[in-house]
Design a protein around this ligand. Structure first.
Ligand SMILES: [Zn+2]
Length: 62
């Protein structure tokens, strides 16, 4: 069974989407994930600003 995370406050910066989700242990986590085909960039952050910065500075690997 796939695990569906419920993302909130999803924004898009270039090809990267940033969303916030509740990790079920009392904390919010923030994910920056690139939607470009073949890129595969996806990282979790404790801090929303860090996730948005990563999205803003992300460059797809060829
Ligand atoms: Zn990318």
């Amino acid at each position: 069974m796939p695990v569906y995370r419920r993302f909130r406050n999803v924004i898009r910066i270039g090809p990267v989407e940033v969303g916030t989700y509740f990790d079920g242990r009392g904390r919010n986590r923030h994910t920056a994930a690139c939607t470009a085909p073949g890129c595969g960039f996806s990282t979790d952050y404790n801090d929303r600003a860090a996730a948005e910065l990563a999205a803003r500075t992300h460059r797809c690997q060829p």
